[in-house]
Ligand binder design. Sequence first.
Ligand SMILES: Cc1cc2nc3c(=O)[nH]c(=O)nc-3n(C[C@H](O)[C@H](O)[C@H](O)COP(=O)(O)O)c2cc1C
Length: 284
Amino acid sequence: MVKIGKINLKNPVMVASGTFGYAEEFEGLIDLKKLGAIVTKTITLDPKQGNPMPRICETASGMLNAIGLQNKGVDNFIEEKLPYLSKIGVPVIVSVSGDCADEFCELAKRLDREKHVDGIELNLSCPNIKARGLIAQDKEATYETVKSVREKTGKTLIAKLSPNVTDIVEIAEAACEAGADSVSLINTLIGMAIDVETGKPKLGNITGGLSGPCIKPIALRMVWEVAKNIDKPVIGMGGIMTAQDAVEFLIAGAKAVQIGTASFIDPGISGKIIKGVEKWTKTK
Ligand SMILES: Cc1cc2nc3c(=O)[nH]c(=O)nc-3n(C[C@H](O)[C@H](O)[C@H](O)COP(=O)(O)O)c2cc1C
């Protein structure tokens, strides 16, 4: 049993935002009830069209994505996605994003009324929205955003951090001081790829977020740095493909992990990682 804020998880393995849709897409491919928690794809207040195509491309040991937070908005989520999620019997953590603190607050207010929402993950770190930098790159903006959302909800609040910073510890500290119950890290690293035949970027958005095994050593280092400096639970992610990878994050100080890109290769991978982590826990 793992505790993140007020949420009790039966195991430390969750699925990461944006890589598992709203869970319904994975029905029949994995036993959803076995998951520690489900983190939904990020939703915003109003619907978003997302970035121009192409939105993903493969790289050495990873992938780049520039989806641009395409989603149908919070009202649609509550009406059409939450009823399915609430029947699974696993904690539901809703990932939210906004262009300003007011948007985050409005999302938190709406979700606070929903009894089947167990937690809110603040996506302060999406590299693809066209704003002035990222909230998660600025400790004051992180503090202000988390603090204003904290005033609107008693639900478990997780601040998701960006690795595209010089010092991730100071951002994690700002989020915790502002009232976050937990921090999750890392989101993707900003990168790009070029097609040498056309001379054009491989992504319509030019740059995108790098994920997968290539980012694991960076993610692990950041989780270790944050975990030894804050006293709130850390949720680690970034390139976890196997149970051994997940265990490395737990040893580095994470209380739980999230599985992202790996679900695109094997939609049932989280179930296998849960079993592997259980086995490791018993033998160690
Ligand atoms: C296609 C794709 C879409 C993603 N969408 C979101 C998103 O909507 N919100 C979010 O917070 N993170 C999003 N992420 C980031 C992942 O949740 C995760 O932080 C990152 O991919 C690192 O983990 P991984 O290497 O295991 O994939 C996305 C990642 C990918 C690959």
